[in-house]
Each structure stands twice: as C-alpha cells, then as structure tokens.
Design a protein around this ligand. Structure first.
Ligand SMILES: Cc1cc2nc3c(=O)[nH]c(=O)nc-3n(C[C@H](O)[C@H](O)[C@H](O)COP(=O)(O)OP(=O)(O)OC[C@H]3O[C@@H](n4cnc5c(N)ncnc54)[C@H](O)[C@@H]3O)c2cc1C
Length: 303
C-alpha cells in the first residue's frame, strides 16, 4: 500500500510524531512535525481518538468532545499479552479460546477494573502450526491475549505483572500447553500500562466502547464536527471499532475528503457511494476532477 501511495506522489514519513495541528481560528491548516510546519488543504488524523483530541486539539476548541466529556465516555477493555518463543512445536489448533468457568463474573471484573486471578478467559494463537516460517526448525511462537480492565489507578501493572504472567502460564494447560513453562526461550509481556504509553488512551485497545450511546453516528464523525478541514478515522470514530469497521471508516473519510475537494469518489471505475445515502456536497471545482480512473481489468487505481 505504501509503495502504491508513493507511486502516486505521497511522501510517507515514519517515526515522526505530529506535535500539533495548526489552527487558524476553527480551521485546521496543517500539522507541525519536528518543528516544521506542513500546510494542507485537508488534514486527516488516524491516531487514537481520545489521545489525539487531548494532545492535538486544544481543549478550548472542543465542546462536544471536551476533556471533561471524554473522561465520561466508556472505553473498551485492554489486553495483557504474552508473546512467547518456545523450543517445541505444539500440535494444537491455530486459534483457541478458553472461556472462564465464571464467564460473566470475569466480564464484570473487566468492566469494573478488577483483575480476575481465578480462571480468567484466555485467547491463544499457535500460528506456527499454519506457517513454519515463523520460528526456527522445531521451535514455534505462541501468542496469548488476556482481556483485562483498561488502565485504572487501582492496578499498577509493574507490581503484579510477574504474578499475573505465572497465573496465565498455568492457565495455558487448559488448552493443551501443559508443559509450556519448560519450553519458553523468549518472552515479551505487554500490559495495559504499556498500551497506554503507546498513545492509546487508558490503554483501551478497542477504543470507545460499542454501546448504544457510542455506536455508529453517535461516535465522533469522520468529517470532524469541531474544526474545519479536519477529518478523523479509526476505531474511535464512526462507524466503530474492529478492523472491518475501521476499513469502512477509512473509506468514508476518504470519500468525504474527495467530495469536499470537489472530486467524485470513484474507485476502480466504480461509483462506490452508498445508493441510499445522500451524497456529500461536491464543491464546484472542475479542475480538481479526477483525471482518469476507469479500469475494469481488476488493477484499479485511485486518483
Ligand atoms: C493485541 C491486540 C489484538 C487485537 N485483535 C484484534 C482483532 O482480532 N480484531 C480486530 O478487529 N481488532 C483487534 N484489535 C484492535 C485493533 O488492532 C485496533 O482497533 C485497530 O488497530 C485500531 O486501528 P486505528 O487505525 O484506529 O488505530 P491504530 O492502528 O492504533 O493506528 C494509529 C496510529 O497513529 C499513530 N499515532 C498516534 N499519535 C500520533 C502522532 N501524534 N503523530 C503520528 N502518528 C501518531 C500510532 O502510532 C499508530 O500507528 C486488537 C488490538 C490489540 C492491541
């Protein structure tokens, strides 16, 4: 995707955090990175929504999504991760989910910022059973995801992560990894505090919760309602979290940017706007119309 974008003239800068958005009144005119100002007709923010608001858009410019209101929103669970390298191959399924015998109380613990120590639910991935190239001959990788509460002052992960890790290693016996403790040759642990330190608000890796108050159009809108020329995209935005939905968010934001630039969204020669949804207003800028898109050979190009 990066290569295609570059062929089309996009300059990609990796490991270059945006320090701030440039505002002229209510209008975003670009971004500041490494002290440099990059001006743009339209700016799209893909960073975690609440984190982006708190770090890139000054509180006084936000009413609907002010810091105070963001505090009150619901945020998803987080995850405790073990990435294990083991000197053995397990003849077990690629994906396994172990559901706690106290499934409902495990879920309540997660939403009430309590850690389940007794029989937590666990997802385990044994991807090397499908793809040999993931580890050296005779070795494999085991990925363990435990749904846990998002960041909260009552849980200090540095104090407990080692004990929780031991609990989870024991838990793995329930899905067939009974001797895994003797075969671990490398190990990385990621806690909600690590996710939080990676620019994810409260370490809530699935973003704003999907409840009736925060779903679909009740999420932050892709054409951001509190600033001109600013678009947002990703799990914390409309229509919602989860990768297929996030791709849809990207499609919607792209269409809105194109429409607002006076370009008909038209990919692969197909007019892809939703038939039953009103089109965004397309500005009258004939010179900005896409030049040529039609391609019916399956190798379409966006313009
Ligand atoms: C362990 C784990 C397992 C998951 N499993 C699944 C799954 O099975 N299915 C599923 O649907 N979802 C899953 N998810 C959730 C999914 O990964 C996220 O919902 C999704 O990645 C969010 O996409 P996004 O584009 O909104 O943001 P991200 O993928 O978080 O991308 C945002 C990017 O913005 C960057 N950024 C932040 N601030 C700045 C800045 N100031 N300047 C420049 N860049 C910045 C960040 O570094 C990041 O690269 C999982 C998440 C985790 C952590």
């Amino acid at each position: 995707m990066g290569e295609i974008a570059e062929e089309m003239g996009v300059e990609i800068r990796l490991n270059t955090p945006v320090e701030s958005l440039i505002f002229e009144g209510k209008t975003v005119t670009g971004v500041r990175i490494e002290g440099e100002e990059i001006l743009a007709d339209k700016t799209v923010v893909n960073a975690d929504f609440a984190h982006a608001m708190k770090t890139l858009v000054p509180d006084e410019k936000r009413k609907k999504w002010s810091d105070k209101k963001l505090e009150k929103k619901g945020y998803s669970c987080s995850t405790f991760m073990l990435y294990l390298g083991v000197d053995k191959k397990y003849d077990l399924h690629h994906h396994q989910i172990y559901a706690s015998s106290a499934y409902e109380s495990n879920l309540k613990d997660i939403t009430n910022h309590r850690l389940t120590w007794d029989d937590p639910s666990v997802y385990v991935q044994n991807a090397a059973i499908t793809d040999d190239s993931l580890a050296p001959e005779g070795h494999s990788t085991v990925y363990v995801l435990v749904p846990v509460p998002n960041q909260h002052e009552s849980i200090v992960w540095d104090d407990i992560k080692s004990d929780f890790r031991d609990t989870i290693i024991k838990q793995l016996a329930k899905v067939g990894y009974d001797d895994i403790a003797d075969h671990i040759v490398s190990e990385t642990i990621i806690t909600p505090d690590d996710w939080g330190a990676s620019d994810i608000y409260r370490g809530a890796v699935f973003n704003l919760t999907h409840d009736l108050k925060q779903m679909l159009w009740r999420r932050p809108h892709n054409r951001f309602e509190e600033a001109n020329n600013l678009y947002i995209v990703g799990g914390g935005t409309h229509p919602g979290s989860g990768l297929p939905t996030i791709f849809e968010s990207a499609r919607i934001s792209s269409k809105l940017v194109l429409a607002d630039l006076g370009m008909r969204p038209d990919w692969n020669g197909v007019d892809s706007w939703f038939k039953d949804v009103k089109r965004p207003r397309v500005a009258a800028r004939p010179s900005a119309q896409p030049q040529a898109i039609a391609s019916n050979n399956g190798e379409g190009h966006a313009v």
